[in-house]
Design a protein around this ligand. Sequence first.
Ligand SMILES: Cc1cc2nc3c(=O)[nH]c(=O)nc-3n(C[C@H](O)[C@H](O)[C@H](O)COP(=O)(O)O)c2cc1C
Length: 191
Amino acid sequence: MVRILAFAGSSRNGSYNRKMIRIAASGAEEAGAEVELIELGDYPMPIMNEDLESAEGMPVKSIEFKQLMLQSDGLLISAPEYNSSITPLLKNVLDWASRSEAADELPLSAYRGKTAVIMSASPGSLGGLRGLVTLRMMLGNLGVTVLPAQRCISAAHEAFSDDGTLMDLKQEKAVKKLGRILTDTIHRLNR
Ligand SMILES: Cc1cc2nc3c(=O)[nH]c(=O)nc-3n(C[C@H](O)[C@H](O)[C@H](O)COP(=O)(O)O)c2cc1C
């Protein structure tokens, strides 16, 4: 069974990236993956600070999040673009997950060997594309294989129906396919 951890880099009410990740996650499930779809807002943690880490260790919620990463084979991430980069929410969660709790733990254990597919949605005309450049680089440097397939939904404020699906059926199929591509790739790698 392929296990996928899926989340959006926004905790905003009505987040377009949350809508997008739900569609991609359903594509992964249809392809046979076991998907854990989480809300980053359910994992509140302080901004990364090494003094805090030295004094108190990793925050409880960051350990819980990291545990979910360790249990997964792959990551599906829908990342909003803030000023050509990723959101502070997403960066902070990924930074904490890069830390070790025990001296004998291998560095970057939550990331190494993972496969990811990334995507974005934005009201802007580029659909958050520039933020994905940052995210792809960061995940790659952490040891994640980020697959070439990605989608960016521009004019996201006009793209979704009330039920959360994409009005453009071709786009809906393409986003769902991201989940399938991740699932099939991990399946092949695990064979
Ligand atoms: C601080 C800040 C910076 C932003 N910078 C960009 C940007 O560089 N490019 C872009 O397309 N949208 C930008 N936006 C708009 C976001 O794409 C928009 O708020 C989007 O809805 C956020 O994703 P969400 O709907 O999943 O919360 C920015 C928004 C904020 C709050």
